[in-house]
Design a protein around this ligand. Sequence first.
Ligand code: FEO
Length: 406
Amino acid sequence: MGNFLKAQQITDKVYWVGAIDWNVRNFHGYQTGRGSTYNAFLIMDEKITLIDAVKKPFLGELMERISSVVDPAKIDYIVSNHAEMDHSGALPEVVKLVSPEKVFASPMGEKALRAHFGDFFPISKVVTGDKISLGQSTLTFVETKLLHWPDSMFSYLDTDKMLFSQDAFGMHLAGSNRFAEEYDLSLLEHEAKKYFGNILFHLAGRISELLNKLPDLHLDIRCIAPDHGPIYRRPEEIQWILNLYTQLAAEKTPGKALVFYSTMWESTAKMAGAIADGIRDSGIEVEVASLAVNERSAIVTKVVDSGLVVAGAPTMNNQMYPAMADVLTYLKGLRPKNRLAAAFGSYGWSGEAVKLMNQDLAAAGFALVDEGLTCKYVPDQTMLEQCFEYGKKLAGALKEKRKDEK
Ligand code: FEO
């Protein structure tokens, strides 16, 4: 029986030999509703080179796709651009099956691979500017520390003008199409923003630095091949993803507002609706998201486009409602910048939630507009009017902030 899983040729020398994970729905806490891909690439030159591996359960898929191009035993070099296990999980087995001449990684990559897999193979360390000849072509390495892990690096193939960018410019999107131009751009924008928000938000400053440094490296980039999602090969899609990253990494205050809330007996939900009405009445586009139907990664995706984030939760047992604590804990790690926030919520006999939410929002890097808004038990008409006015006040603060930025 022959192989069913084939490689796909990307450029003259490069084949996609990765895996499509149609079924993954939780990527370390990030809900991946459209699955993902673990992209790996085979460079066919005098030194046959594999760029990255795949998640461990997809070893067979990787090997089958490689075999559709060349006997895997003929692979000379393996480059590990990123040691996280969605790209390295299958690596020790691949090394065993292939017996390569060399495995390359950054110095931090060498440490991370050892920490995960022990002394499975001698690793040749490469740093920014190092080059290796593959025969006709040359691979150049660029360390991209903390994008996404301390070990991360890019590899650039001169003959095909191709940048292997590991997590950067990627997205979790399973699909049979390999190229960005084969997808609807609004779908790619949503997934790219979701990926940026959930994986890279706190690294925005480093991404800005890297994007600014990229021209100095004099790499003629005609193709960007991330380790997740589609490959960018046309000038319009390359420019599109670079512009999107430039815009996201710049962290200017976005113009929209988000009201997200959890509720026990609908009091906080009523407040959310009235606050959102006040924001909208002030001419600011606002989205209302209940945590009953929006988990943490969906909320973070909305935060990407929101310059004003309004969090609502009731007090339960002297604490904020647990669903809100989950999202705020997540946001404290992701630390989005240049955004305003406020908190609100109902309570019965004690009202700690708003104060606790304020603490978490401040710890996540948001600038608090004020001390927040509380309501005892159920909001009556007067309280709802107060919520509406509160929404108008918050919208005004967002407008002022954006005006100051111009
Ligand atoms: Fe796709 Fe940071 O791993």
